[in-house]
Design a protein around this ligand. Sequence first.
Ligand code: SF4
Length: 333
Amino acid sequence: MAIAGYVVGATKGFIYLRGEYKHLQEPLQRDIDTMRASGRLGTSIRGAPGFDFDVEIHMGAGGYVCGEGTAQVESLEGKPGRPRVRPPSMVSVGYLGKPTVVDNVETLAHCTEIAVDGGASFAKRGTKTSTGTKLVSVSGDCERPGVYEYQFGVTIGRILQDCGAPAAVTAVQIGGASGVLVTPDEFSRRIAFEDISTAGAFMIFGPDRDIFEVARNFAHFFAHESCGFCTPCRVGTAIQRNIMEKIAEGRGSNYEVNDLKRLAEFMKRTSHCGLGETAGNAVRDALNKFRPAFERRLRARDFAPAISLEAALEPARRITARDDADAHLDVEG
Ligand code: SF4
């Protein structure tokens, strides 16, 4: 952060620490104090006049959306963590209206290595288009969960092997709740920008996992984490959760299954930020790759609705001259 501050001429940096990681606040503060005491933070860093930079830890309240840069800056300013409307971008108008750089700790840590050893040395690792290394946070059904560092281009199979995953893994969710669900026939795929790009989350689901339940859990997660700022996500994530509940209770049909697909597409196209755009990914992937897990819960696969909502809305559409496809979503909550 100090190097980044030196490059852009900033004198103040914040580490935004999510509420869930409060246990890290004290050791992190100790490290910052040690750096200040040894002249690596503060004024005239390393004796260089004018090189002033200091770091403050800011505790977040634990909102998933605060991983989005503009929502994070809103939260830093003491406001609810809601994504801003852009433009202007953060680099022009950010924290307290000042130009702001928002990056992951991992990215800034790489800066140190590049500053010390040079870009060519860093680029020796990884693939041609994805240079360097990636931290992968492995969790779920395996013997050795934890944070692993790999060169870009590592296969999913290799990670599973290293962390002691069972032989018959059902699926891996890469990139967290908003990422992609990968099945065993895809385990030769690579973690890289040209294949599967990820912030690093790697969740393993063993042979006994029911992928419908996994998707249902993600649906609840997004309904809970939506910040409520825009309608497609606020309402869409709630409808998605309700449909998953309906199917779980044995009251669903193919009609609901099709609605889930349309809803995922609708949220992707119309949501204000990445949370809503990706809120339907996990359910959509589960549907595409584990359809039987849904179908065995359906009351009737060939169910046809008793009325056509589209037809019922037709007169109102004509009166208001609204003929756009999204004007009347025929999904039930
Ligand atoms: S997409 Fe969801 S999280 Fe993002 S601004 Fe809209 S309501 Fe908030």
